[in-house]
Design a protein around this ligand. Structure first.
Ligand code: LLP
Length: 455
């Protein structure tokens, strides 16, 4: 965990940027009002924050919809048999599941809990892909009960378990097999998943993945429908995907030659990176779609294979920049010559990413959004850890107690990874669209905290 060291605060300079200069990390409909306040979908974020209380996550519905539609548009531009599967682990609620269905996308669930939310939203089970390197027997039964379209199988034990359960019930379950293509994606170690040394999936070395396909073809109750890979998350270098696709195409050929089987679906996982900071320059969905779809089509043609249905599984790039977190500044501590701590009413319980991955975020004062960031400050949380930092030494407008502080790009992996540490109640999630707002997840209460405490 990276806690701020006692380097002079001046190490990071004020950058004189206003919120208008931070568009790359903000939701599509973000703007600055005449009063100098941040607005999203035409709603004044300062007024909203003061009305509903902080901390609170706010998400721009148009932004989420645009990202999902862009994925569908740019994937189908190159090939018509595609599936865009939103990865619910980035952020999931019933409204989110319904929006995914409205956009004609499928859904990746990675636990029984995510499946339960999807089903409660009425999400069509046939369009669900169930994931996880150790799905419990209960979770597998829940998948079979619901009739999920695909289970993405991670291990021989799981394959056997699904076969046993499906056979007992006289069901046929379609599966994809998760393969680790041995590609070292250029990202943080904790979110890199496609390398040979990984807890996920079947490795290609020692013929494990081929044996898995053979087993899937033989076992009763199992329909082998294709392959899955996921090389990691927050990836900027599209050539990591291109390299993994070549490996997968070689494997598809191997399956054809050795087992005489076709691979109907190739799911290349998620992973497209997003901008967290102003200088970040991730690849576009358009370029990503071209690399994935053209890459697979060309690789298949070259090997004389039928081009499969091409599926991608984006999470972060759909929701990250749709969301912001609004906090209220509670205390300000200036340590002369060292740094200024601006403490907010949240922290590592609503955004663990800074302490877990040394993630970088921008921050600005939502009620001074038109003013330049002329000072350097560390945004600290309210929890009992020195590592409870949201932004280390970043540029900020001069802060006053009571200001509303905005941290952009918190729509992915913040609410979904939030915790009740220090018995903090988790913030709610507000969706804004066309000048209206509504809660999609309400803020927790102390009663919620006590509801599982049975005495
Ligand atoms: N498919 C599978 C099988 C995955 O494991 C993941 C993410 C995705 C799709 C979606 O990947 P995305 O498009 O979001 O990169 N908590 C970390 C990220 C962990 C990602 C886990 N798997 C973070 O906050 O950076």
């Amino acid at each position: 965990m990276k806690s701020p060291t006692a380097t002079p605060a001046q190490a990071v300079q004020a950058d004189y940027k206003t919120a208008a200069d931070l568009a790359a990390v903000l939701p599509l409909t973000a703007a600055v009002s005449d009063a100098g306040h941040l607005t999203i979908a035409g709603i004044d974020m300062v007024t909203l924050a003061r009305e509903v209380g902080t901390a609170v996550y706010v998400m721009d519905v148009l932004h989420i919809r645009t990202q999902l539609q862009d994925y569908r548009r740019w994937m189908s531009y190159h090939w018509d048999d595609i599936d865009v599967i939103y990865a619910g682990k980035a952020f999931l609620s019933r409204s989110m599941a319904r929006l995914v269905a409205d956009c004609d996308c499928s859904l990746d669930v990675s636990s029984g809990g995510e499946l339960a939310i999807a089903l409660a939203a009425g999400f069509p089970a046939a369009r669900i892909y169930s994931h996880g390197n150790n799905k419990t027997t209960t979770e597998l039964i829940e998948c079979l009960d619901a009739g999920v379209g695909h289970i993405v199988v991670d291990s021989f034990e799981e394959l056997q378990r699904i076969s046993d359960l499906a056979s007992e019930r006289d069901q046929q379950q379609a599966v994809l097999l998760r393969v680790t293509p041995g590609i070292e994606a250029d990202t943080h170690d904790y979110i890199r998943t496609g390398a040979e040394d990984s807890k996920f999936g079947f490795g290609l070395n020692q013929g494990l993945a081929l044996s898995a396909v053979k087993r899937a073809l033989e076992l009763p109750g199992i329909i082998y429908d294709g392959l899955h890979m996921h090389i990691g998350s927050q990836i900027y270098a599209l050539n990591s995907f291109a390299a993994a696709i070549e490996v997968m195409a070689d494997f598809m050929l191997h399956i054809r030659e050795e087992l005489g089987a076709d691979t109907a679906i190739l799911n290349t996982g998620g992973g497209l990176g997003v901008a967290y900071g102003v200088p970040d320059d991730p690849a576009s969905i358009k370029d990503y779609g071209k690399v994935v779809v053209d890459g697979i089509k060309e690789a298949c043609e070259l090997r004389g294979l039928k081009t499969p249905r091409i599926a991608v599984e984006p999470g972060r790039s759909v929701v990250a920049n749709a969301g912001v977190t609004l906090y209220t500044v509670g205390t300000i501590k200036e340590i002369p010559g060292i740094r200024t701590y601006v403490s907010v009413d949240g922290g590592m319980t609503d955004n663990i990413r800074t302490s877990l991955y040394q993630a970088h975020y921008e921050a600005f004062i939502a009620n001074k959004a038109d003013q330049p960031r002329t000072v350097t400050a560390t945004i600290a949380g309210k929890h009992c850890e020195s590592g409870d930092i949201v932004v280390s030494d970043g540029p900020l407008q001069p802060a006053r107690v009571g200001d509303i502080l905005c941290v952009p790009a918190t729509g992915a992996y913040c609410q979904s990874m939030s915790s009740n540490y220090n018995k903090q109640v988790r913030p709610g999630v507000i969706w804004v669209e066309n000048e209206t707002w509504r809660w999609v997840v309400r803020r927790e209460t102390y009663d919620d905290l006590l509801s599982c405490d049975v005495g």
